[in-house]
Design a protein. Structure first.
Length: 272
């Protein structure tokens, strides 16, 4: 259970670290860095690669919450079974190529990016690769199942050893985790995860988020401070029109920035 975990060989951690690097690039409007990250993700996580196969298994265990326990246990067992079909040799070679590409194209600092669910990803890694005794493997399964049914409260980064935590937190991403509201972190996370596939899930999410924002902006027109200020009322109506026009616009970085601006507007109105 206490076997050393190599984060550079944790496929999901590398993907999340790249996602954080992409977030920085978008916020800083660093198009060159963004293109580099996109290129790396498309090349190394494309369909058919062992990296993509393993990443999808990690996601099957980390993106499901509040499952019924029997279903969660079945998902864990099936994920473990499917993982045995991944070529360990090819996976190791692909990870090595990815690590080298990140070091040469971006920076070694990518591996120090703050990943909030690092401990949980490490647990899944041990579950997939553990040579531990039967009892320890069962304990690992239970930890993952508990997380999937919502019973684990200590799988966030705050639970990691203090020295490891400080190493992550001192990095640039900590600043962004403080200034970005949760809905904006979720928006960027969905956008980054859509790189390498057709982005269908992200399109669904964007439709839902734009719908939510339209409701909030419409409700804000009834807020006393806005109703009594003709300039604010007119500006709010313009924001609503921008949201309505999004239905015919392609989802790109400019649209995402507009959504983030409107998310900020809604937060400000709701905080009044």
């Amino acid at each position: 259970m206490k076997a050393k975990h190599n984060k550079k060989r944790n496929t999901a951690f590398i993907f999340e670290a790249l996602s954080q690097e992409m977030t920085k690039a978008i916020i800083e409007k660093d198009d060159l860095k963004k293109k580099k990250v996109v290129s790396i993700v498309k090349e190394h996580f494309k369909k058919g690669t062992e990296l993509r196969k393993e990443l999808e298994l990690y996601q099957s265990l980390s993106e499901h919450s509040e499952q019924e326990r029997p279903l969660a246990a079945d998902i864990v067992k099936e994920a473990k079974r499917v993982h045995t079909e991944i070529s360990t040799k090819r996976l190791f070679a692909e990870q090595t190529a990815l690590i080298n590409k990140i070091n040469k194209t971006l920076s070694k600092s990518v591996f120090s990016n703050f990943v909030g669910n690092y401990k949980y990803l490490a647990t899944i890694s041990k579950l997939f690769n553990s040579d531990a005794k039967v009892k320890d493997r069962v304990l690992l399964e239970n930890v993952v199942v508990d997380a999937m049914v919502g019973n684990q409260e200590d799988l966030e980064m705050k639970s990691v050893d203090g020295v490891v935590y400080k190493t992550f937190v001192k990095n640039f991403n900590e600043s962004y985790s403080e200034i970005l509201p949760e809905n904006q972190k979720q928006l960027l996370g969905k956008y980054i995860s859509s790189v390498g596939d057709n982005g269908l899930e992200f399109k669904v999410y964007m439709n839902e988020e734009v719908g939510r924002l339209k409701e909030r902006v419409k409700e804000s027109l009834a807020v006393k401070e806005i109703k009594e200020d003709s300039e604010m009322e007119e500006s709010t109506k313009k924001v609503y029109k921008v949201l309505e026009a999004m239905a015919t616009k392609p989802i790109d970085e400019e649209l995402i920035r507009q959504v983030m601006d409107i998310q900020n507007f809604v937060l400000e109105v709701e905080s009044e």
